[in-house]
Design a protein around this ligand. Structure first.
Ligand code: UGA
Length: 453
C-alpha cells in the first residue's frame, strides 16, 4: 500500500504492560487507538477506568485520553479501525530458554489472509521471526519496531525515546514510513534497517545492559576481597564517556520480565545456530549467584540462620513497579527459608503479587512492622522511602542492628552512626575489617625481615 498515510486509528494487540503504555501514549499524541486483548475481564476493567498495573503516569494518560481510546476483545474491531497493528503480546520463555511465540502465532493466524494491514512487532522475538511470519503470510506487511521502555518509567521513556528502531524488508517500506510518521513527533533518532537487524538490536541491547550489570557485580565481589568500594569504582569508570555511568549499580542481580528472558533467548538463539555465546552464558550465571550472596553476609554476622528473623525491604524487581517477575527477592526469600530463617517482607506496591508467589513469607503493612524484632534488615528493592526511614528509632525496635543493603542505596555512614552493622555489595565494611586480622592477599606484598640496606 505505497503512499499510505496513517490517518486511520492505531491498533494495539495485547494489552499487557507494553501494549497499555503504547496505547495510552499514542492516544496522548492525538491518535485514535483501538486496543484488543483476549482477557475479557481486563478489557472490562479498562473500560471502567481500572488500570491493571502500577506504572507512574499511566493512569492519568488513560483518563485524559479516554475519548481517543477504545478497548475490545474482538480482532474485527481493530482491523476495521486501523491499518497499523502494533503487536504487544507476551513472548515468555519456554523450558528450553527459547521464546514462546504461540501468542504471536495466534495473532498472525487471524491476519494471514489480510492484504491491507501491517503488523508492527513490539513484542521481543528471536531474530528471524519476522521473516518467517512474512513467508507464511505474504499479504501481510511486516515491520519490526522493538520496544526499549523500562518499567517504572515507561511513559516517560515512550514520550522521550533515545531512538526508535524500525526494520522492514523490501516491499514493506510503505509500512515502515507509516510507523516512522507515527513516532516522528516524539523526537529521538530514527534507525531504519531490515527486519532481522531490528530484532537483533533489541536482543543485543538488553544483553549488553545485562552484561554491564553482571560485570559491575563481579567487580563488586572483587572489591570486597581487596577492600575497595564499587560505588567509587563505578563513578570513576562511568565518567569515561566510552563507558558511561548507567547500569553500573552493583547489587543483588537483575530481574524483571526482560533481562532474564532475553539473555536466555539470545543464548538459545545463538545455540540453535551452533554458536556457543560464552560471554552471555557467564553473564547469566553471575546473575544467578549474585542473588544468593546476601546469605553469606547475614551468616557472617548471625551465624546459622535457622530461627533468625530476617526482614526484606522491597520485593519488586525494581522500584516504582509491582512486577515480581524474576525478582531477586524470590530467590533470596526461598534461600532464606531453606536455611530455616523466618522471613518477613514489606513492599509499597508489590505486596499482593508477592504474597501469591511467596506464601510462606509474612507480608507486613509497613517497613516498621517488618523490622520489629528482626535480626537483620535486607534491602532488596531501592524504593526511595526506605532512605527516609527513622533508622535511629528502628535500631531500638530491631533485635539486632544489622542492615544488608542489597542495592548500595542507604547512607552507610548514617546507619553506622545510628549503631548498625552495615553490609553493602562491594563496599568495605568497618565490621569485616575489624573481624579479619589478616589483610587481603596482595601480589606485591613486601617480604618481611629481608630489607636490603
Ligand atoms: C529493560 C531495559 O532497560 C529496557 O530498555 C527494555 O525495553 C526492557 O528491559 C524490555 O526489554 O522490555 P526493565 O526490565 O524495565 O527494562 O528494567 P531496568 O531498569 O533495565 O532494570 C532491570 C533490572 O536490572 C532490575 O532488576 C534492576 O534492579 C537491575 N539493575 C539495573 C541493576 O542491578 N543495576 C543497574 O545498574 C541497573
Amino acid at each position: 500500500m505505497p503512499g499510505m498515510s496513517e490517518e486511520r486509528g492505531i491498533g494495539v494487540i495485547g494489552v499487557g504492560w507494553v501494549g497499555l503504555v503504547t496505547a495510552a501514549c499514542f492516544a496522548e499524541l492525538g491518535r485514535r487507538v483501538v486496543a484488543m486483548d483476549i482477557d475479557a475481564q481486563k478489557i472490562r476493567g479498562l473500560g471502567r477506568g481500572q488500570v491493571p498495573i502500577h506504572e507512574p503516569g499511566l493512569g492519568d494518560l488513560l483518563e485524559r485520553n479516554g475519548d481517543r481510546l477504545a478497548f475490545t476483545t474482538e480482532m474485527e474491531d481493530v482491523l476495521e479501525s486501523a491499518r497499523l497493528l502494533f503487536c504487544c503480546v507476551d513472548t515468555p520463555p519456554t523450558y528450553s530458554g527459547d521464546a514462546d511465540l504461540s501468542q504471536i502465532q495466534t495473532v498472525v493466524s487471524q491476519l494471514s489472509e489480510d492484504g491491507g494491514h501491517a503488523l508492527v512487532m513490539k513484542s521481543t522475538v528471536p531474530s528471524g521471526t519476522g521473516r518467517a511470519i512474512r513467508r507464511g503470510a505474504p499479504k501481510l506487511a511486516y515491520v519490526a519496531c522493538p520496544e526499549f521502555l523500562r518499567e517504572g518509567s515507561a511513559v516517560e521513556d515512550f514520550l522521550h525515546p533515545d531512538r526508535v528502531v524500525i526494520g522492514a524488508d523490501t516491499g514493506d517500506e510503505w509500512a515502515a514510513d507509516a510507523v516512522e510518521e507515527v513516532y516522528r513527533p516524539l523526537g529521538g533518532d530514527i534507525v531504519r534497517t531490515d527486519v532481522a537487524s531490528a530484532e537483533m538490536t533489541k536482543l543485543a541491547s538488553n544483553a549488553f545492559l545485562a552484561t554491564k550489570i553482571s560485570f559491575i557485580n563481579e567487580i563488586a565481589n572483587v572489591c570486597e576481597e581487596v577492600g575497595a568500594d564499587v560505588t567509587e569504582v563505578a563513578r570513576g569508570m562511568g565518567l569515561d564517556k566510552r563507558i558511561g555511568p548507567s547500569f553500573l549499580r552493583a547489587g543483588v542481580g537483575y530481574g524483571g520480565s526482560c533481562f532474564p528472558k532475553d539473555t536466555q533467548a539470545l543464548k538459545q538463539l545463538a545455540g540453535n545456530t551452533g554458536y556457543h555465546f560464552q560471554l552471555l552464558t557467564a553473564v547469566i550465571e553471575v546473575n544467578e549467584l549474585q542473588k544468593r550472596r546476601v546469605i553469606a553476609k547475614l551468616e557472617k554476622h548471625l551465624g546459622p540462620l535457622a530461627g533468625k528473623k530476617v526482614a526484606l525491604l522491597g520485593l519488586a524487581f525494581k522500584p516504582h513497579t509491582d512486577d515480581m517477575r524474576e525478582a531477586s527477592s524470590l530467590v533470596l526469600a526461598s534461600r532464606l527459608k531453606g536455611e530455616g530463617a523466618e522471613v518477613r517482607a514489606y513492599d509499597p506496591v508489590a505486596e499482593r503479587r508477592a504474597g501469591e508467589l511467596l506464601p510462606t513469607v509474612e507480608m507486613c503493612a509497613s517497613a516498621e512492622e517488618a523490622l520489629e524484632g528482626a535480626d537483620a534488615a535486607v534491602l532488596v528493592t531501592e524504593w526511595p522511602q526506605f532512605a527516609d526511614l527513622d533508622w535511629v528509632s528502628l535500631r531500638e525496635r530491631m533485635a539486632k542492628p544489622l542492615v544488608v543493603d542489597g542495592r548500595n542505596f542507604l547512607d552507610a555512614e548514617r546507619l553506622r552512626q545510628a549503631g548498625f552493622a552495615y553490609e553493602g555489595i562491594g563496599r568495605p565494611t568497618g565490621n569485616a575489617r575489624r573481624r579479619n586480622s589478616t589483610p587481603p592477599r596482595h601480589p606485591f606484598a613486601f617480604p618481611t625481615g629481608s630489607r636490603r640496606t
